[in-house]
Design a protein. Structure first.
Length: 249
DNA sequence: CACTGTTTAGGCTACC
DNA sequence: GGTAGCCTAAACAGTG
């Protein structure tokens, strides 16, 4: 039976899991990451069903965010304060949905212990960096940066490195996409009726795929670019930051 | 205080 | 029947 189009759901419950809905929301955002409140908004905007009983499904959604390794909590940028962190999708989590379908997953996405530890260490480092950044802005001495923070350790301190350093390669952590979705990861594409399994249509979608090498990495790089820019503008460059990239001619 | 995030637990359903 | 994925509820801690 063909899946109903998005518009036809009306007040009916859409056939998507909370994981799928959350993934859709995250992927609909330019930065591929959203705070919780924006995820809520995305869902209620598009699916009227979720305008009721908000307490119930929002609790479930938060549970999913915490419980599933496919969602990665990214600390807020220091120049964008607010409540709660940003949530993004682990690039390797593309594997979860067969054929890019957002219906029931074929397999739960689970990070190995080491991978999870690495990711947690890096994210903790990022949070630590943010705290240091804020402390610096407030005129207080920055708290010590976590020793595992390979990205942010004051390797170049106290003297700035002579060469214009590249932006930290956050994406090089462990977040490398193994496999691309077999279906364009856009809201419209994902909400279209699913092509039959193994059909030529599945492959047909491939050439139009955007480059999704590592969305988290891209977002993180953008994050750092903006961060460095903000730091430069404020003339508050912490010594443990690499010099800003040279302006592109 | 409201919101966010974590954790535990139990029940239901689909799949092998 | 066992297992995995999903949904729901609830308690609790942390945070702005």
């Amino acid at each position: 039976m063909p899946r109903p189009s998005r518009e036809s759901y009306g007040d009916q419950k859409p056939p998507y899991s909370y994981i799928s809905l959350t993934a859709m929301a995250i992927w609909s955002s330019p930065e591929r990451m959203l705070p919780l409140s924006e995820i809520y908004r995305f869902i209620t905007d598009r699916f009227p069903y979720y305008r009721r009983n908000t307490q119930r499904w929002q609790n479930s959604l938060r549970h999913n965010l915490s419980f599933n390794d496919c969602f990665v909590k990214v600390p807020r940028r220091p120049d964008r304060p607010g409540k709660g962190a940003y949530w993004t999708l682990h690039p390797q989590a593309f594997d979860m949905f067969e054929n890019g379908s957002l219906l029931r997953r074929r397999k739960r996405f689970k990070l190995h212990k080491g991978e999870k530890d690495n990711l947690n260490a890096e994210l903790a480092a990022l949070a630590s960096f943010n705290r240091a950044f804020l402390a610096r802005q407030a005129g207080a001495p920055p708290p010590p940066v976590m020793p595992t923070a390979s990205l942010y350790t004051p390797a170049a301190c106290p003297q700035p490195s002579p060469e214009p350093a590249e932006l930290p390669e956050v994406g090089a952590l462990t977040l490398v996409t193994r496999e691309r979705p077999r279906r364009a990861f856009t809201i419209e594409a994902l909400l279209e009726p699913e092509p039959p399994r193994g059909s030529a249509l599945t492959l047909h979608a491939m050439p139009s795929l955007p480059t999704l090498a590592s969305p988290y990495a891209l977002a993180a790089q953008r994050y750092h670019a903006q961060l460095l820019q903000a730091a430069a503008v404020a003339a508050l460059r912490p010594c443990y930051l690499p010099p800003p990239p040279l302006p592109v001619a």
